[in-house]
Design a protein around this ligand. Structure first.
Ligand SMILES: [Zn+2]
Length: 453
């Protein structure tokens, strides 16, 4: 009797049949390949767009189409039989990830070593980025207007880059500082060269680096000003553990939700119109023309109305929004076995225990949270139950332990019903985040059920 009355969570792995377990691992293989090839927000959009095209979506189609915004946002839409005025089912994720950006005048030489100056993007622990191989990705616009795509470090024949850390022998003073004081943003300088150019008097190593960069890419120093170059961890996503149950990789937050929402919409047999949106700039507050605070959501709804043969009047746009449901599909933090003191066990996500529903985020008394209504929590959990999705509820750590936000509140401001719902991670915002393959699979399964609701 006690068992029936109580709320209990179970490991996903225990419910899977042998066939399902195989399916879970096989789904993770495709995801790992996507994650390894999608090191920037631009590449994530590009690679998901390619998948959409493979699944018969196009820019011009009336029923299955996508809308791209500045190479950093993508909306994938599958029209339903029901009028969009009755509401649409939207899943919004973000594909920007904490990283280290190059400054606009990055190259300098110090002690005969050439470096790139950087400015980090999003919430990182700076020491995570020291003493490890790094890759550089991004775009550069040359003086003649030509756009160059840059990807250096992940090909076996490429060099890699690195930020040096101080040796322990001379770290006595550093060791006595707080972590924040010990690692300064202005010291996240990337080593890019060490060989001097012959017959050069001043900054010969920098000169040599410029020479090589120019020979290979036709870039001159001024071109860095019109570039977006992102320093990211080098290497592929990998299985973790003897049982291969976990995936370690850079950028699970939040490309795991971007990928699962895309594969879910490809497979969905939806009655209502379904829409998966990839946002940018979440890690720095969702501002700007590609962030979730932009009017991109309105542009998408206007396009949906037009393709459904409805007039995109203000009233119609408002009607769609008021009747629509949205999962703010972002990652949650799993209970960290080594730092249990920051979690509250009953309301923390367990790794391998399924898709996470988060009623509210925020910090310091739910400040900045969307805090979804009980009606919508009920609706979403019922959808998952009906589809046999393993899910759990969690908040982001103990009360007053810290906190964070997502895109949820910005989209809810439009009058859309919104709740946070995504995959739990260990080591969130680190260069090697960890996700369970079971949670990855249940996320895909849950998103598909939501689209089909
Ligand atoms: Zn996120």
């Amino acid at each position: 009797m006690e068992k029936k009355l109580g709320y209990e969570r179970k490991s996903c792995w225990l419910k899977y049949s042998e066939k399902e377990t195989k399916e879970v691992h096989s789904y993770a293989e495709d995801y790992k390949d996507f994650l390894s090839r999608s090191k920037t927000e631009r590449l994530s959009v590009e690679n998901i767009k390619k998948l959409a095209i493979k699944n018969k979506f196009s820019e011009s189609s009336k029923k299955t189409f996508f809308i791209e915004n500045r190479g950093k946002n993508l909306a994938i839409v599958k029209m339903g039989a029901v009028s969009p005025l009755k509401g649409i089912n939207i899943i919004g994720s973000h594909v920007d990830v904490p990283r280290i950006d190059l400054k606009q005048v990055p190259l300098y030489e110090k002690e005969n070593i050439a470096h790139f100056k950087t400015h980090y993007y999003g919430g990182i622990k700076k020491y995570h980025w020291l003493s490890r191989p790094l890759a550089i990705y991004g775009v550069v616009f040359l003086k003649n207007g030509k756009k160059l795509d840059i990807a250096i470090g992940d090909d076996d024949n490429d060099p890699v880059f690195a930020i040096n850390d101080l040796l322990p022998h001379l770290s006595r003073s550093q060791n006595s500082k707080t972590v924040n004081e010990a690692f300064e943003g202005e010291k996240l300088n990337i080593i890019v060269g060490s060989i001097p150019l012959k017959k050069t008097e001043k900054d010969a190593v920098k000169a040599n680096a410029l020479e090589i960069i120019n020979r290979k890419y036709s870039i001159v120093e001024e071109d860095f000003i019109s570039a977006e170059l992102e320093v990211v961890p080098q290497g592929k996503a990998r299985d973790i553990g003897f049982d291969r149950g976990l995936v370690g990789g850079y950028g699970h937050d939040d490309r795991i939700c971007g990928y699962t929402s895309a594969t879910a919409i490809f497979e969905a047999k939806n009655k209502k119109t379904a829409c998966a949106i990839l946002f940018d700039k979440e890690e720095v507050g969702s501002q700007g023309a590609t962030g979730a605070q932009s009017k991109f959501i309105e542009d998408i709804i206007i396009e949906i109305l037009k393709r459904a043969g409805e007039k995109p009047t203000y009233e119609n746009i408002r009607t769609v929004m008021k009747n629509s449901d949205l999962l703010s599909s972002d990652v949650s933090c799993g209970i960290d076995p080594d730092f249990q003191e920051v979690h509250e066990q009953n309301n923390g996500a367990k790794i391998g225990y399924g898709l996470v529903i988060t009623k509210y985020t925020g910090s310091g008394g739910k400040y900045g949270a969307n805090d979804s209504g009980a009606e919508f929590v009920f609706k979403v959990k019922s959808i998952f139950d009906k589809a046999g999705v393993t899910w759990q509820t969690a908040e982001l750590g103990k009360v007053d332990a810290g906190g964070g936000g997502t895109i949820a509140a910005y989209l809810a401001n439009h009058g859309i019903s919104v709740i946070d719902c995504g995959t739990a991670l260990l080591g969130m915002h680190s260069p090697f985040e960890i996700a369970s393959k079971a949670d990855l699979f249940e996320t895909h399964r849950g998103y598909k059920a939501f689209f089909e609701a």
